[in-house]
Design a protein around this ligand. Structure first.
Ligand code: ATP
Ligand code: MG
Length: 252
């Protein structure tokens, strides 16, 4: 330590992952909302977005906002040759955040389609796992399978000591109406997970990753989703309150 300098806190950053092996359910859109939402709400915090998707949708789009406290990480070092997540390198990036000088620190991971829980042991080091899904049959089916794989991973399958596991929150996305949301809740009623608030379909999201003059698109999205973004970012900061695994679906 340099004399006269305050000792650095070494607490682990709050780590949030958006995951679902199904593509197109809104992982990157919600990761963008979360990362920018946290950076705007907590001016004294650092936010790092780690983009696990080879298409680099969120990281390319957020590159322009990078500064001392907002950073993005992407690239081939985050993946193994077979496309699965490189757990060691992902954990290194999360751990590195312990050393920065910000009082609050957040890491937001944007998961990739096709990634399976069985080869994603880095998930043990996340505080909360957010699982977007639409209400389509194909997405619900894939989401159920994905959650089942997560339980297998977190239950440790015979290991005596259970490692830590994040709270699982299903995020209904691209929802059309309250009836549709109720339908989804019914279809997932047996899942041992939390059910988040619905994010309704809005054409504005189609322009979320575009670079526009004065960031007009981002401003419109944040205006439209203000209460939702507030709820979403609180979910990250309050994740420790969700530590119990619900017996069945528990609506937040
Ligand atoms: N609430 C919404 N309303 C309208 N469009 C949306 C909404 N959420 C996401 N989209 C759109 O749906 C598409 C898929 O979203 P997104 O890229 O976030 O999904 P993803 O899960 O990250 O996909 P992938 O697995 O391919 O990375 C995008 O075109 C996005 O703009
Ligand atoms: Mg994506």
């Amino acid at each position: 330590m340099i004399p006269g300098q305050a000792p650095r806190s070494t607490a682990r950053p709050k780590t949030v992952i958006f995951g679902n092996s199904k593509g197109g359910v809104g992982k990157s859109t919600l990761a963008l909302l979360m990362a920018l939402g946290l950076a705007t709400r907590y001016r004294d915090a650092s936010v790092k977005l780690i983009d696990l998707d080879p298409q680099a949708t969120s990281s390319s789009s957020l590159q322009r906002f990078c500064d001392q406290r907002f950073s993005v990480v992407q690239g081939t070092s985050l993946r193994c040759e077979d496309g699965s997540p490189n757990n060691e390198n992902i954990l290194k990036h999360i751990e590195k955040e312990r050393l920065n000088n910000f009082k609050k620190r957040f890491v937001v991971l944007d998961g990739a389609a096709g990634h399976q829980p069985s080869n994603s042991v880095f998930l043990h080091h996340c505080d909360i796992m957010l699982i977007p899904t639409s209400v389509s049959d194909a997405d619900i089916y894939a989401t159920r399978n994905y959650i089942s794989g997560l339980h297998d991973l977190f239950n440790g399958r015979g290991k005596r000591q259970r490692p830590a596991c994040p709270a699982l929150v299903i995020l209904p996305n691209l929802v059309d109406s309250r009836d549709e949301f109720n339908e989804l809740r019914h279809a997932l009623s047996k899942e041992q997970a939390y059910l988040g608030k619905p994010l309704y379909y809005s054409p504005a999201f189609r322009r979320a990753f575009r670079e526009q003059r004065n960031d007009e698109n981002i401003r419109i999205i944040f205006n439209q989703t203000q209460p939702y973004t507030l709820w979403l970012t609180s979910l990250a900061t309050q994740s420790h309150r969700l530590d119990k695994k619900p017996e069945k679906l528990f609506q937040l």
